[in-house]
Design a binder for this molecule. Structure first.
Ligand code: UT7
Length: 328
């Protein structure tokens, strides 16, 4: 089996910033409440003309530049998203055309906030087994289109953005050392977008009036506790599998859902917060895109250096959770 690693990262955040203070103007909330309960100060909002593939396109171009590659050389594109441009064709198909990735095959993977780790794992299998030589793995979300802007418990959490990596064969001892994926369909109701699927289509005035097309987080409090537990478990699982300890890990790059979830994980794992990469203050929760965006920032700001052990971990709707341990 070939060893597969990340050879370039990139990300893109829409320009428009929506701060907590601006949200105070149309919502019964406060910067103080949002900061204290979530750690989020502002989030990005895509332009009306932008779809998920547009955000993904910029992130992918940046990842390709970092890898020193052209889109034409890419053989596989796997896009993680729960907010594709359209349900058919897949978001990845639109992206493939926009990139001019003429020699690539493309498809989407859906695993909510854990989507990037699932997509990375899917793409890795094809390269490991020699089917393709390289892949673009991208996560792109326009979460602000899914929100009920009168639901203060939900709409303050989310934002838009995209992150991408190029993966290819790397030298032995480097690259993805392990991946662990989990799901529990019985917890599906906790984080739910009820409308738009075969259960509620065709879209009707009735379903729109009931706001079935918006993100529903009735189980948010419940999923908060589960998230802390699963995050910690999946980190410990990766460490045990690779026979390493937290001291060996340079940085944990987690899904950014709530700063308090990450503080809970740090406490459970008994590590200082500086072992965990946090950028939620600036972007909020961008579902599957948080992990590759944070990874790109950690590479660009020098947190991650060649040879470092990096642990990606995520938890989200599905329920889904997973980890990937990488020797950089
Ligand atoms: O990415 C996938 C994983 N994501 C998750 O699993 C989400 C995890 N859950 C969370 O992040 C948190 O549960 C929330 C941020 C959603 C909520 O935080 P909380 O500390 O659990 O607050 P709460 O729901 O217990 O609400 C406390 C109070 C309530 O008022 P009462 O009943 O105590 O009078 C809410 O009505 O805060 C009120 N509240 C707000 N107040 C001001 C809820 N939202 C707001 C708001 N502004 N935006």
């Amino acid at each position: 089996m070939k060893r597969v690693g990340i050879i370039g990262t990139g990300s893109y955040l829409p320009e428009k910033v929506l701060s907590n203070f601006e949200m105070e103007k149309f919502l019964d909330t406060s910067d103080e409440w949002i900061m204290t309960r979530t750690g989020i100060r502002e989030r990005r909002v895509a332009k009306a003309s932008e779809a998920a593939s547009d955000l993904a396109q910029v992130a992918c171009k940046r990842a390709l530049a970092a890898a020193g590659m052209t889109a034409e050389a890419i053989e596989l594109i796997v896009m993680a998203t729960i907010t594709p441009d359209t349900h058919c064709p897949a978001g990845a198909n639109w992206l493939e055309a926009k990139l001019g990735a003429k020699h690539a095959v493309s498809f989407d993977v859906t695993a909510a906030c854990t989507g990037f780790i699932f997509a990375l794992s899917v793409a890795e299998q094809y390269i490991k087994t020699g089917v393709y030589r390289n892949a673009l793995v991208v996560a792109s979300e326009i979460m602000t289109r899914t929100l009920d802007w009168t639901d203060r418990e939900t709409c303050i959490l989310w934002g838009d953005g995209a992150g991408a990596v190029v993966i290819a064969e790397v030298e032995d001892g480097k690259g993805i050392l392990s991946t662990h994926l989990h799901s529990d369909g019985a917890g599906g109701d906790n984080l739910l977008m009820p409308g738009g699927g075969s259960k509620t289509t065709p879209i009707s005035y009735k379903s729109v009036d009931k706001k079935l097309h918006t993100l529903n987080m009735i189980g948010a409090n419940q999923s908060f506790k589960v998230a802390v537990k699963r995050f910690a478990e999946v980190c410990e699982e990766a460490l045990a599998h690779n026979n390493v300890t937290l001291d060996d890990i340079k940085i944990i790059v987690p899904h950014q859902a709530n700063l308090r979830i990450l503080q809970g994980v740090a406490k459970r794992l008994d590590v200082p917060m500086d072992k965990i990469y946090v950028n939620i203050e600036r972007y909020g929760n961008i579902s599957s895109a948080t992990v590759p965006i944070a990874l790109d920032e950690a590479v660009k700001d020098g947190t991650i250096q060649p040879g470092d052990l990096v642990l990606l971990a995520a938890f989200g709707g599905g329920l889904t959770w997973g980890s990937s341990l990488i020797r950089w």
